[in-house]
Design a binder for this molecule. Structure first.
Ligand SMILES: [Fe+2]
Length: 369
């Protein structure tokens, strides 16, 4: 792997920086966590839900005023750093305190979740997106919108699927909504519960280091990506739009990629050339996947969806291993939020009456409003 030479103040510095292979981990101090919890509860009292227009239209003001300054600085820098050294994900350890008793048992699916239980976490997640700065949005392609914050809960009926509701198969690394041109810019995953001890996977395009021939081939606009398994089978009609996997700066590219849909899904219908490039890339990428992190309740992963893909290992929902024996536990619960840095740039695909709701169905085509 080639070394990377840092540039500082326009001068090349001799320091060799190896490609980043793991996310930045920020340990939140008890004082910071306490502040964040207090702010979350205060906003619930003042606004009810983070979707209250009076709150979300002034999100950035709230975010810069209310979050601890260290976190504001870290996320502001994260929003503008696409350098060779930037992995594209930050793990905030111990961001919040989760009252497990107040949360109660994990519901059987996300549809059964009491939205009121999530309000404080919606405010806290939105503040983090707000300081990037980025605007929380929702996608009709995911749960027909379903609100700005989504509870991701293992659902027995979907346990073998490649979706957030699955559990019994590995969820391959993917950038979120790789089948959309207007996919999220930033993502947050807030863990309320991970008693099963399921590791999260992350993969960064920056882990490859400098560009090589395998990566350059991904700039060709020849790759297909079916809509993901959240859709019913009859919706998998072959749409013939092809696009590149890498885009943006040629030396410091962004990535749009879904291993399950683009490589392993038989309906991906890639050309032989496209499949050959994808397989070559995937062989190089797999050893670079970071899989050493097991989220605790209260941790949050913040992701640049153009630099870093995510996934998780297969697991048996509601069971954890203790001294080699499987014992019952509460099922996993995670809260996802997605955001775009510009509402203006998405209005051609947004709902006429809701500028925060993205109606793109598949590479530029829209759901009927
Ligand atoms: Fe995902």
């Amino acid at each position: 792997m080639k070394p990377i030479y840092m540039e500082m103040n326009g001068h090349a510095v001799n320091t060799i920086v190896p490609p980043p292979l793991s996310p930045l981990v920020i340990q939140i101090t008890p004082r910071e966590a306490n502040r964040i919890n207090v702010v979350g509860d205060m906003l619930v009292r003042e606004f009810g839900s983070c979707e209250n227009p009076a709150y979300i239209s002034e999100l950035h003001l709230n975010a810069f005023q209310l979050l601890p300054e260290r976190i504001v600085k870290i996320l502001s820098n994260f929003g503008t750093d696409f350098s060779a050294a930037q992995y594209g994900a930050i793990i905030f350890k111990g961001l919040i305190h989760v009252d497990q008793e107040d949360l109660g048992p994990t519901p059987s699916s996300w549809q059964q979740m009491d939205p009121a239980k999530l309000y404080r976490y919606g405010f806290i997640s939105s503040l983090l997106h707000g300081v990037v700065p980025s605007k929380p949005v929702q996608y009709f392609a995911q749960r027909k919108g379903g609100g700005l914050i989504h509870a991701v809960i293992p659902d027995e009926k979907m346990s073998y699927t490649q979706t957030g509701s699955g559990s019994k198969t590995d969820l391959f690394v993917h950038t979120e909504d790789a089948f959309l041109f207007n996919q999220a810019d930033f993502l947050s995953f807030l863990f309320l519960r991970n008693e099963e001890g399921v590791p999260s996977s992350l993969y960064s395009i920056r882990s490859h280091g400098e560009m090589n021939d395998n990566l350059k081939a991904l700039f060709k606009p020849i790759y297909k990506c079916p809509k993901d398994a959240n859709y019913a089978l009859e919706d998998f009609q072959g749409e013939d739009v092809t696009t590149s996997v890498l885009y943006g700066n040629e030396a410091r590219p962004f990535i749009r990629f879904d291993a399950a849909e683009q490589i392993y899904n038989e309906q991906a219908d890639q050309s032989p050339e496209a499949m050959e490039h994808l397989v070559n890339f995937w062989e190089e990428a797999q050893p670079l996947i970071y899989n050493d992190y097991v989220p605790d309740a209260g941790d949050l992963i913040f992701v640049n969806n153009h630099l870093c893909a995510h996934g998780r290992n297969a697991f048996l929902a509601g069971f954890r291993k203790e001294n080699g024996v499987m014992v019952k536990c509460e099922r996993r619960m995670m809260l996802r939020m997605m955001s775009k840095t510009s509402l203006i740039n998405i209005q051609s695909v947004a709902h006429t009456d809701d500028p925060y709701l993205i109606m793109e169905e598949h590479y530029g085509s829209l759901f009927k409003k």
